[in-house]
Design a protein around this ligand. Structure first.
Ligand code: URA
Length: 230
């Protein structure tokens, strides 16, 4: 929300007072004096006027987890272990998953409480590729490549998938880059050829790569560079 709106929504200030506070540079956002009424503030921003705290700002959190096989990409599940169960209880609060993975899929999973940031990472409109290593039951033919580029019609959603890049690595293995995250997308793409996916591992999401130092089940905070790159 715009800073002037945030301030004018408080019962203590009217619009004229807000304008004056800003002109007099009495408003601080994250420790910096701010005069631009259009400055964007969020639930994570610390906002003060004359050293009086108006909003403390929730800490924004960004984690990468090496998802192991055999756990659910959900925050609660009555039956199975979830990815949140792999984190200490103190870290779990208000996190959501940016881009789910199936029960047996392994690899990069990102958890955050910043919805605006995670949407940039996952929305097809931003065209950030997600890279997967795929193992299949049957051989992958060279004709697959053009079909992945052309897209697959998904009747349930009534859409054609966006162009995807398939690099064949071996008779039954490939690296796939897709910009969407439809339900069981990779399995359904290979399903078009009646070829079952028997192993699936996410290597990266946009600029963020799974840290090779993380064993399955381990996690770490994203670096400031990783967060800023999205
Ligand atoms: N596509 C799938 O089919 N499964 C996943 O877990 C991720 C992408």
């Amino acid at each position: 929300m715009r800073l002037d709106r945030f301030l004018a929504n408080l019962p203590r200030y009217n619009r004229q007072q807000v304008r004056l506070l800003l002109v007099q540079r009495r408003v601080h956002v994250d420790g910096q004096a701010v005069s631009d009424p259009l400055t964007e503030v969020r639930e994570f921003s610390r906002i003060e006027v004359d050293e009086q705290l108006l909003q403390a700002g929730r800490p924004a959190r960004y984690l990468m987890l090496h998802k192991p096989s055999g756990c659910v990409s959900a925050t609660h599940d009555p039956q199975h272990r979830t990815v949140l169960d792999l984190l200490p209880a103190a870290l779990r609060d208000d996190l959501h998953i940016a881009g789910r993975l199936d029960y047996n899929t392994t690899g990069l999973m990102i958890l955050t409480n910043d919805g605006q940031w995670s949407r940039r990472l996952t929305q097809p409109a931003t065209k950030l590729p997600k890279h997967y290593l795929v193992q299949t039951e049957d051989e992958i033919g060279p004709h697959y490549v053009d079909q992945f580029r052309a897209g697959f019609y998904f009747a349930f959603e009534d859409l054609t998938t966006l162009p995807a890049q398939l690099d064949i690595l071996g008779p039954r293995s490939a690296r796939l880059a897709i910009v969407e995250g439809r339900y069981h997308q990779v399995k359904r793409m290979f399903g078009h050829f009646d070829n079952k996916v028997v192993g699936l591992h996410r290597e990266s999401m946009g600029p963020i790569r799974l840290d090779p130092g993380l064993a399955p089940g381990e996690f770490r905070a994203l670096t400031a560079e990783e967060i800023a790159a999205v």
